[in-house]
Design a protein around this ligand. Structure first.
Ligand SMILES: Cc1cc2nc3c(=O)[nH]c(=O)nc-3n(C[C@H](O)[C@H](O)[C@H](O)COP(=O)(O)O)c2cc1C
Length: 381
């Protein structure tokens, strides 16, 4: 397939931003922020700049506040020093002609007392999410957390707003709210982890309220076309008690439809990682992304398990506008060029996903295009 026949390599207009192609680097937590202040480092700037040929880079999930912390060696964007650190990252990416959004994530109840001097983590309800916390001493079982007061919910929303202002000041092109399963927002969405009886619990509208209150707060500091959100509606394994239920489909339909009023940069959806047959969300198995395309009229970014071929196909078929790639980007900083010249993809060392300094991080080489410029190599999974 030649470049001109690859929808993935076509430009895309995202609000007032021009993306040079439709290949997006999905968020990848890499655990390289090994300083106690959680300030992004020059090594991180080098890593992101290496990947600047992507149409858009999404950073790893980043803490909007101290209370959001729940994994080790993950950077924040809530102190002046962190904002300065991020400026070096955004400058390095922009110098290479790239665009970069920061992903803002809050771990809520899956965090651990080890991060809060023994105090309990907090979230929608005092219910143990029954999964694992990634603590400085390794994985530990989650605990029964504390329930947020309404004042704390409002405070959390303000933390997202301040982090977005910080992102703007740090030179980012936009922000993506991290609402994948495991994180705070899906804890509010799920009937198993949200037993609140106030305006943040009960009905679908109430459980989803925090999303729209966060978005409304962000709109006070940035244009809607610089704001995005990422969901994994049907995660099944390793998700503790936040499993799909009879409310999952109507909940995400409600969210997608309501997001139509927001004119966001994009809606980012991760598809199923496994077959949904026999589950309560079986109806989404066929043409998963079409369900969102039908209900959501803005830019749709598709994720999870895409190859070069299936990424080109979903854009060509008009079902998604952008495709994000996660794991491929670990070992293929030049993924776009590899797609362009059909160069075989490099394999990542998964032992170095979350540790190893520059090893398994900035030391994956670019391919030698001169060898491949006229080649016809497949690069599929
Ligand atoms: C090492 C690693 C770290 C990840 N960290 C994040 C993260 O911080 N935020 C997020 O939304 N997704 C994260 N993901 C999920 C990816 O963004 C993506 O949704 C997932 O890998 C599926 O896409 P893929 O099949 O192209 O890899 C991570 C995935 C991997 C492999």
């Amino acid at each position: 397939m030649q470049k001109e026949q690859q929808p993935l390599l076509e430009e895309y207009r995202l609000g007032d931003l021009k993306l040079k192609n439709r290949v997006v680097m999905a968020s990848l937590t890499r655990g390289r922020t090994t300083n106690p202040e959680l300030v992004p480092t020059p090594l991180m700037a080098e890593y992101y700049a290496q990947r600047a040929s992507a149409g858009l880079i999404l950073t790893e999930g980043v803490w909007p506040s101290k209370k959001a912390i729940g994994f080790i060696n993950v950077p924040g964007i809530f102190t002046p020093e962190q904002v300065e650190g991020w400026k070096s990252v955004t400058d390095a990416v922009h110098a290479k002609g790239g665009k970069i959004f920061v992903q803002l994530g809050h771990t809520g109840t899956i965090s651990h007392p080890d991060y809060f001097d023994g105090e309990l983590p907090a979230g929608p309800s005092a219910i143990n999410p029954q999964t694992r916390s990634f603590t400085p001493e390794g994985f530990k079982d989650t605990v029964t957390p504390r329930e947020f007061t309404v004042a704390e919910i409002k405070e959390t929303i303000q933390d997202y707003k301040q982090a977005t202002l910080n992102a703007k000041n740090a030179g980012f092109d936009g922000v993506e709210i991290h609402a994948q399963i495991g994180m705070l927002i899906p804890q509010f969405l799920s009937i198993t982890t949200n037993k609140r009886t106030d305006e943040y619990g009960g009905s679908i509208e109430n459980r989803a309220r925090i999303i729209f209150e966060i978005l409304d707060a962000l709109l006070e500091v940035w244009d809607s076309t610089r704001i995005a959100i990422k969901f994994t509606p049907v995660a099944i394994s390793n998700v503790g008690i936040v499993v799909p239920d009879e409310f999952t489909i109507p909940t995400y339909r409600y969210i997608a439809e309501k997001l139509n009023d927001y004119n966001l940069a994009y809606l980012h959806i991760a598809g199923p990682a496994e077959a949904l047959n026999g589950t309560v969300v079986e109806a989404l198995q066929e043409d998963f992304f079409s369900h969102f395309r039908k209900n959501y009229h803005g830019t749709l970014m598709a994720n999870l398990g895409f190859t070069q071929e299936s990424g080109n196909a979903i854009i060509k078929d008009g079902i998604a506008d952008l495709v994000s790639y996660g794991a491929y980007y670990v070992a293929n900083p030049d993924l776009v060029e590899r797609f362009e010249y059909h160069i075989p993809l490099a394999e990542a060392n998964t032992d170095l996903y979350y540790t190893g300094g520059e090893n398994g991080y900035t030391d994956y080489p670019k391919a030698d295009y001169t060898k491949f410029a006229s080649g016809h190599f497949g690069s599929d999974r």
